[in-house]
Design a protein around this ligand. Structure first.
Ligand code: NAD
Length: 504
C-alpha cells in the first residue's frame, strides 16, 4: 500500500535512461530492516507517466544495442561479471538490510546469479544459427536468432539479486532492453545492480529499474511496446500475469509458488537427511521457492528422524544476519504473523508441534520480525498447513507406510516445483526421478536448483508458460528465430512457376 511521503526517510527512485529518475508519482511504500523492525526508506511506486518514461527510454535505446556486435556486447557482460565478483560484499549487505537473510546466504544468492552472468557471456555461441547449403539446387537455408525488443522482468522479494539475474544477463546479452520491476519489499539491490551495469559500459536505457506495485506490473503487461514478461512470485499472481499477458499476444514465462517434499526411505542415511532437512527447511528462514516444507517419512524412520532434526534445531542461532547467526528474521511483520498463523492452524487440525518457533529468543532487536525454526509432526494432509504454501521456517512431517503411498501423496499436490528423495537404493531413486511430478528433482540433494546451463522451473501451478528460466530455454525465450531461404540467381533460374516451391 502507498504511504504519505515522509521527508525524514530517503526515497528509492526508479533508474531510467542510465540515471535516477525524477518521478512525480506521489505514491511510495515503506521499506524495512527486518532484523530491526524499523522503516529505513521509502520506495517510489510508479504511476502511468513513470511507466511510459521507462518503456520510452528502453525502446529508444534498443535499436543501437540490437545492432551492437556480439563481441562488444560480450565485453560488457565480462566487465559486469568482474565488477560483481569484486563488489559482491556491498550487495550482500544491501540484501541483508532489506530482506533479512544472513550475510552468508545473501552472498550465496549473488554467486548463483553470477553463474547466470557467466553463462550469458557465451551468448555468441548459445544463440548462433545453423546453415545448410544447397538444400534445393542453388538454394541455401540458414537460421538466426534475434532479440525481442523491450522485455519486462518482475521479481519477488525472496531473491532480490538471484531471480533478476536469472533473466537480465541473458536478455541483455541477446540484445534486448530490459525493464526490471523488483519487489517493493527489498528494492535497493536493483538500483545497485543498475549502477554496476552502467559502470560495466552498458548503454543507458538498456537496463531500467521501475519500482512499484500492481500498477507498475499492469502497466508493463498492457504496454504495447513491451514484448515479453518474465514473472516470478506467488501462484495467483503468476497465473494472472500469464493469462493477461498471453491474451495480449505476449511471450510470458510466469514462475509461481511451491510446496516441496522430501521423501525419506527407511534405508537413507538419517544424519544426511536431518542435516539436509534443516538446511533446506530453515535456510533463508524458509523463504525460498525451493525450500523443503514437507518431509514424507516412510516408516519406521519418522521418530528417529524427528529426534535428530530436533537436536539440530536446538543448536541454530536465530538473529540479526549481520551477527553471524544461522537464520534471520522474516521479511515483514505481516508475513511473520501469517506464517506463525499456520502453526496454530496445524495445531488445531491435529498436528503435533515438536518445536514451536514462536518461542524463539533471537540474537537481535526486540522489534525484529522473528520466528524460529518450527517442526510439526503428523500434519493432516487436509490441513491448510499441508495444502498451502507457508513460505517460512515451518517444516512438517507426514508419515506414510510405503514408497508408493509417498509418491502418490507428493503427486496429488497442486505444486510441482522441486522434490527430493533420500535413499541409498539406486532403483528406488531412479523410480522416484521418473514418476515424481516436479520440474526439479534432487537425489540425496535437498535443494536441487539447476546450474545456469540448465533451466530452472517447475510443473503444474509452479510454472505458467512453456519456457523456464536460464539455460537454453532462457536463451530461446529472449530471442526469436528466423529462417532464411536464399538463392542468388544463376543460369538455373526456371522462370514462372505458380506451384508450391519444391526441393529439386
Ligand atoms: P508476490 O506474488 O507477492 O510478488 C511478486 C511480484 O508481483 C512483486 O514484484 C510484486 O510487486 C508483484 N505483485 C504483487 N501483487 C501484485 C498484483 N496484485 N498484481 C500484479 N503484481 C503484483 O510474491 P512475493 O511474496 O514477493 O514472493 C514469494 C513468492 O514467490 C512465493 O510464492 C514463492 O514461492 C514465489 N517464488 C517462486 C519462485 C519460482 O522459481 N517458482 C522463485 C522465487 C519465489
Amino acid at each position: 500500500m502507498g504511504s504519505e511521503l515522509s521527508p525524514a526517510l530517503p526515497v528509492i527512485e526508479h533508474w531510467i535512461g542510465g540515471k535516477t529518475f525524477a518521478s512525480s508519482s506521489q505514491r511510495t511504500a515503506a521499506v524495512f530492516d527486518p532484523a530491526l523492525g524499523t522503516e529505513t526508506s521509502l520506495v517510489r511506486l510508479a504511476d502511468a507517466a513513470d511507466i511510459d518514461a521507462a518503456v520510452g527510454a528502453a525502446q529508444a535505446a534498443f535499436p543501437s544495442w540490437r545492432d551492437t556486435s556480439w563481441a562488444k556486447r560480450q565485453q560488457v557482460l565480462f566487465a559486469f561479471r568482474q565488477l560483481l565478483d569484486e563488489r559482491k560484499g556491498e550487495l550482500a549487505e544491501i540484501v541483508t538490510a532489506e530482506h533479512g537473510k544472513v550475510l552468508s546466504d545473501a552472498l550465496g544468492e549473488i554467486s548463483r546469479g553470477q553463474d547466470v552472468v557467466e553463462f550469458a557471456t557465451g551468448m555468441a555461441h548459445l544463440a548462433k544459427g545453423e546453415y545448410s547449403e544447397n538444400v534445393s539446387t542453388g538454394v541455401d537455408v540458414y537460421s538466426t536468432r534475434q532479440p525481442l525488443g523491450v522485455v519486462g522482468v518482475i521479481s519477488p522479494f525472496n531473491f532480490p539479486v538471484m531471480v533478476p539475474l536469472w533473466f537480465v544477463p541473458i536478455a541483455i546479452a541477446a540484445g534486448n532492453a530490459v525493464i526490471l520491476k523488483p519487489s517493493e519489499k527489498d528494492p535497493s539491490a536493483s538500483n545497485w545492480i543498475a549502477a554496476l551495469w552502467r559502470e560495466a559500459g552498458l548503454p543507458d536505457g538498456i537496463f531500467t529499474v521501475l519500482h512499484g506495485d500492481k500498477v507498475a506490473v499492469d502497466g508493463l503487461i498492457e504496454h504495447p511496446d513491451v514484448a515479453s514478461l518474465s514473472f516470478v512470485g506467488s501462484t495467483p499472481i503468476a497465473r494472472y500475469v500469464y493469462e493477461r499477458g498471453t491474451a495480449l499476444g505476449k511471450r510470458v514465462q510466469a514462475l509461481g509458488g511451491a510446496k516441496n517434499h522430501m521423501l525419506v526411505l527407511p534405508d537413507a542415511d538419517l544424519d544426511l537427511v536431518a542435516d539436509s532437512a534443516v538446511n533446506a527447511g530453515f535456510g533463508s528462514a524458509g523463504e525460498r521457492c525451493m525450500a523443503i516444507s514437507v518431509i514424507v517419512a516412510v516408516e519406521p524412520v519418522a521418530d528417529e528422524l524427528i529426534e535428530r532434526i530436533r537436536t539440530r534445531i536446538s543448536s541454530l542461532r536465530v538473529g540479526d544476519g549481520r551477527r553471524g547467526c544461522d537464520m534471520g528474521p522474516l521479511v515483514t511483520r505481516d508475513h511473520r504473523d501469517k506464517v506463525a498463523g499456520y502453526i496454530e492452524i496445524a495445531k488445531q487440525d491435529g498436528a503435533t508441534v515438536v518445536v514451536d518457533g514462536r518461542d524463539v529468543v533471537p540474537d537481535g532487536a526486540a522489534d525484529g520480525f522473528w520466528l524460529g525454526p518450527t517442526l510439526l509432526d503428523q500434519v493432516p494432509i487436509t490441513s491448510r498447513a499441508y495444502t498451502e504454501e507457508i513460505f517460512g521456517p515451518v517444516l512438517g512431517v507426514v508419515r506414510v507406510a510405503t514408497f508408493e503411498e509417498g509418491i502418490a501423496l507428493i503427486n496429488s499436490g497442486a505444486f510441482g516445483n522441486g522434490s527430493a528423495v533420500f535413499t541409498n537404493d539406486g532403483g528406488a531413486a531412479r523410480r522416484f526421478q521418473r514418476e515424481v511430478e516436479a520440474g526439479m528433482v534432487g537425489i540425496n540433494v535437498p535443494i536441487p536448483v539447476p546450474v545456469a546451463a540448465f533451466s530452472f522451473g517447475g510443473w503444474k501451478s509452479s510454472l505458467f508458460g512453456d519456457a523456464k528460466a536460464h539455460g537454453m530455454e532462457g536463451v530461446n525465450f529472449f530471442t526469436r528465430g528466423k529462417v532464411v531461404t536464399s538463392r542468388w540467381l544463376d543460369p538455373s533460374h526456371g522462370g514462372i512457376n505458380l506451384g508450391f516451391p519444391q526441393n529439386v
